[in-house]
Design a protein around this ligand. Structure first.
Ligand code: FMN
Length: 396
């Protein structure tokens, strides 16, 4: 049982999931994930903030009752986000606690009815409304499209605690420690990049609006729905979100390539080697048929340089590279230094297609000449690859 008093009157009552292989049936979670739920206990009323995945309802109930007492219901369930990894428990929680009032904004309540058929005993709140629990009040901040239309955050001014929904969350189950002061945060940071880039990344403009809305608040604890409670490192995770949502890109290069028989890979190696000679220490290389897409997207979001290579395949682009390019376009990534390369045997198509897809994504960089080799790379090809690396290094 993972129970923790975060500050006086505010408790962590979430659960860990180390069974699921793929979050959203898409993203590998080798280190699991936590579904974070919290209790705010005022002098008069209590609120449960967000629920858990449907398979974990019994554990959540045990956790709630260990704080409130056997058979005691929270007065309110506040729903910051309706994605079913949190809201899946609504119907079961309602059967456990029939008098518990469900609190959400108009869009949330419409989804509660649509997903779970629940439309009684509800409280509709609007942006800026507050709910007094006695000595503590919940203040609701609507943050639409971070990353669903109904997403909102709940702030407890008296304790400087923000319940941020999925924002500032990450993959990784909580291995004992709940607050960042009591656990090694290093494994969670790359998982925050991966979570953000794959799930939230498309909505940078809305994340920026949310950050602007939160900036006047005094926040000492960020309680998201996944991963540790951020306290000591709240500035660091805030900066990560700010940078990612501005699509800034750190100094470094992601090289994404496909290769069946090693010709394109040899070009990738030549490019990487020259980048290193130019003093670029952060070079992330992904063979698309080995790395899962989520790790590739994570690095592409994190680093400023993006070099993509592939062989021609059946008169078009090697398919897994096309998948990566589609994922980039879907997420409306911006502001990257791109370059491309490839290999063919009789009729080149790969580089043309990569460049077209980059153009569609508004990421094509006409300043750097692509390199495409017929059959095995020659000395000239490899020299051109080094020149490509130089051009990327110059623009970083
Ligand atoms: C199934 C298959 C389809 C291919 N289709 C084409 C093609 O349409 N046009 C072409 O010029 N080369 C084609 N090739 C050849 C490869 O593009 C070429 O051998 C390239 O050098 C392979 O790069 P790699 O060694 O990095 O895998 C094809 C190869 C395979 C295996």
């Amino acid at each position: 049982m993972n129970i923790k008093e975060i500050v006086e009157g505010i408790y962590y009552v979430g659960v860990n999931d180390r069974k699921t292989h793929r979050f959203e049936a898409l993203w590998p979670i080798p280190h699991g994930v936590s579904y974070n739920s919290y209790i705010v206990k005022g002098e008069n009323k209590t609120a449960l903030i967000d629920g858990v995945e449907i398979g974990e309802c019994d554990k959540l109930r045990e956790n709630i009752e260990s704080i409130l007492g056997q058979g005691t219901a929270p007065d309110y369930l506040v729903i910051n986000h309706m994605e079913p990894d949190h809201s899946g428990s609504i119907k079961v929680l309602r059967s456990f606690f029939p008098d518990m009032i469900i609190v959400g904004n108009a869009k949330t309540l419409e989804m509660v009815k649509g997903f779970y058929g629940v439309d009684d005993n509800i409280m509709k709140i609007a942006d800026g409304d507050t709910l007094d629990l006695g000595g503590m009040s919940l203040s609701f901040k609507l943050t639409p499209m971070v990353h669903w239309p109904e997403t909102m955050m709940t702030y407890v001014e008296e304790k400087a605690v923000l319940f941020s929904g999925d924002a500032f969350g990450c993959f990784g189950a909580l291995n004992g420690g709940i607050i960042d002061t009591e656990t090694d945060i290093e494994p969670f940071i790359p998982e925050m990049y991966r979570y953000y880039s794959n799930i939230v990344g498309k909505y940078g403009i809305f994340v920026q609006k949310a950050i602007a809305k939160l900036s006047p608040l005094n926040i000492k604890y960020i309680c998201s729905t996944h991963g540790p409670v951020w306290h000591e490192h709240r500035g660091k995770v805030g900066a990560i979100y700010d940078s990612l949502s501005k699509y800034e890109g750190e100094r470094g290069v992601t090289i994404v390539y496909g290769s069946m028989y090693g010709n394109t890979e040899e070009m990738a190696e030549a490019i990487a080697s020259r980048l290193a000679e130019r003093g670029i220490k952060t070079i992330k290389m992904h063979n698309v048929t080995k790395s899962h897409l989520s790790y590739i997207i994570s690095d592409i979001f994190r680093y400023k340089g993006l070099i993509i290579g592939a062989p021609t395949y059946s008169n078009t682009l090697f398919p897994p590279v096309e998948t990566v390019l589609n994922a980039i376009k879907t997420r409306e990534l911006k502001n990257r230094v791109t370059a491309t390369f490839g290999s063919y045997t009789w009729a080149p198509q790969a580089v043309k297609r990569i460049n077209q897809l980059l153009e569609d994504a508004k990421l094509y960089n006409a300043d750097i000449a692509s390199v495409e080799t017929k059959q095995a790379p020659t000395a000239t090809t490899l020299s051109d690859c080094r020149a490509l690396a130089d051009a990327v290094a110059d623009q970083l």
